[in-house]
Design a protein around this ligand. Structure first.
Ligand SMILES: [Zn+2]
Length: 349
């Protein structure tokens, strides 16, 4: 029995070592491995039978068989690496691949200048505690006009200025002309304090020229709490402007009129190009100031429309065009440059 086993082991070693050496294909090598070490392979079967041997023989043949298993496993692995390397080399020779050629270059993408501008603005505002809010692009007349204290005869409601969405019965919906609807919806749902910004696309029936586009981006802001005054508005918007244009940026507040705020102001920043010293400056047209945004104390009627008691709460709101600020900060002369996506322009930022 033991002699028979010894012969068997020697025979398995000899046969498979020889066959591995002669094999020229990966497929044959795999078949060979299964035949020797597979679940029903020759050596596996032999190892299974060891358990029936007397203890002494187990002690002799156990280690011998395991050593052979390790030896064959290593031989199979070495041969496999050898065959695979040969296959790769053959493939390379066939395709005439020149590894010394320079690699293809890829154009690297970058943020769009509008995204850069919007990110800068929203980052500063979020540091001031404003939370990003969103709303529908198709807005109903109530949230776009009525709730904002915009009277029925106001020119903004003119079909010349607004894209109305035709409905068989009435013109009830519009493409939002500002993101103020987001403010209204927030006030309807939420109790003060409210501190939000509403960035997003808005639509107006403007002809396209160097400074107008029927689609553009806005960021509006709203802060409602007890005792919010024009002083809070001036402080926060000054901090915002200085965040955008630098600590030394001069900011100016001018009285204005909007139906949804009272009092209302326009906020200008000192021209960063000429600092007011060039009467021929094309950016500020020689005035030394550039209008940046509109703002004001939220009209009591607007608060009432949203179920907020104007006797208890007050607040300020502001709105600005992302394109306008981006044109000023990035020195882009034509608004169309943002939408035409000419990479020669986009690459500069
Ligand atoms: Zn200027």
């Amino acid at each position: 029995m033991t002699e028979e086993l010894k012969t068997k082991l020697t025979q398995i070693e000899k046969t498979y070592t020889e066959k591995i050496h002669q094999t020229a294909s990966l497929k044959n090598l795999q078949d060979l491995q299964v035949a020797a070490l597979g679940r029903k392979g020759e050596l596996t079967e032999l190892l299974k039978n060891l358990k029936d041997l007397p203890l002494e023989d187990k002690k002799t043949f156990g280690p011998l068989s395991n050593a052979l298993k390790t030896k064959l496993t290593t031989a199979f692995e070495q041969k496999q690496t050898e065959l695979e390397t040969a296959a790769v080399n053959e493939e390379l020779n066939k395709t005439n691949l020149d590894l010394t050629l320079p690699a293809y270059t890829f154009d690297k993408g970058a943020r769009h200048p509008l995204s850069i501008a919007q990110k800068r603005m929203t980052t500063i505002l979020s540091r001031l505690g404003f939370v990003w809010s969103e709303g529908p692009l198709i807005e109903d007349n109530y949230h776009n006009f009525d709730a904002l204290n915009i009277p029925k005869h106001h020119p903004a409601r003119d079909v010349q200025d607004t894209f109305f969405i035709k409905n068989a019965k009435e013109d009830k919906f519009v493409l939002r002309t500002h993101t103020s609807g987001v403010q209204i919806r927030a006030m309807e749902k939420q109790k003060p304090p409210i501190r939000l910004i509403a960035p997003g696309r808005v639509y107006r029936k403007d002809d396209i020229d160097a400074t107008h586009s029927p689609v553009f981006n806005q960021i509006e802001g709203l802060y409602i709490d007890k005792n919010v005054s024009l002083a809070d508005l001036k402080r926060d918007l000054s901090v915002f402007m200085q965040g955008l244009f630098g600590q030394k940026a001069a900011v100016r507040f001018r009285p204005s009129f909007f139906p949804f705020t009272e009092p209302s102001v326009e906020v200008d920043v000192k021209c960063v190009f000429c600092e007011g010293k060039d009467a021929g400056c094309p950016v500020c047209k020689g005035t030394g100031w550039k209008e940046m945004l509109g703002a004001g104390i939220v009209h009591p009627n607007v608060l009432k429309n949203c179920g907020i008691d104007p006797q208890i709460y007050s607040g300020y709101a502001f709105g600005m065009g992302v394109e306008r600020l981006a044109m000023f900060t990035l020195d882009i002369k034509d608004i169309r440059a943002f939408y035409e996506n000419d990479v020669r322009i986009l690459e500069q930022f």
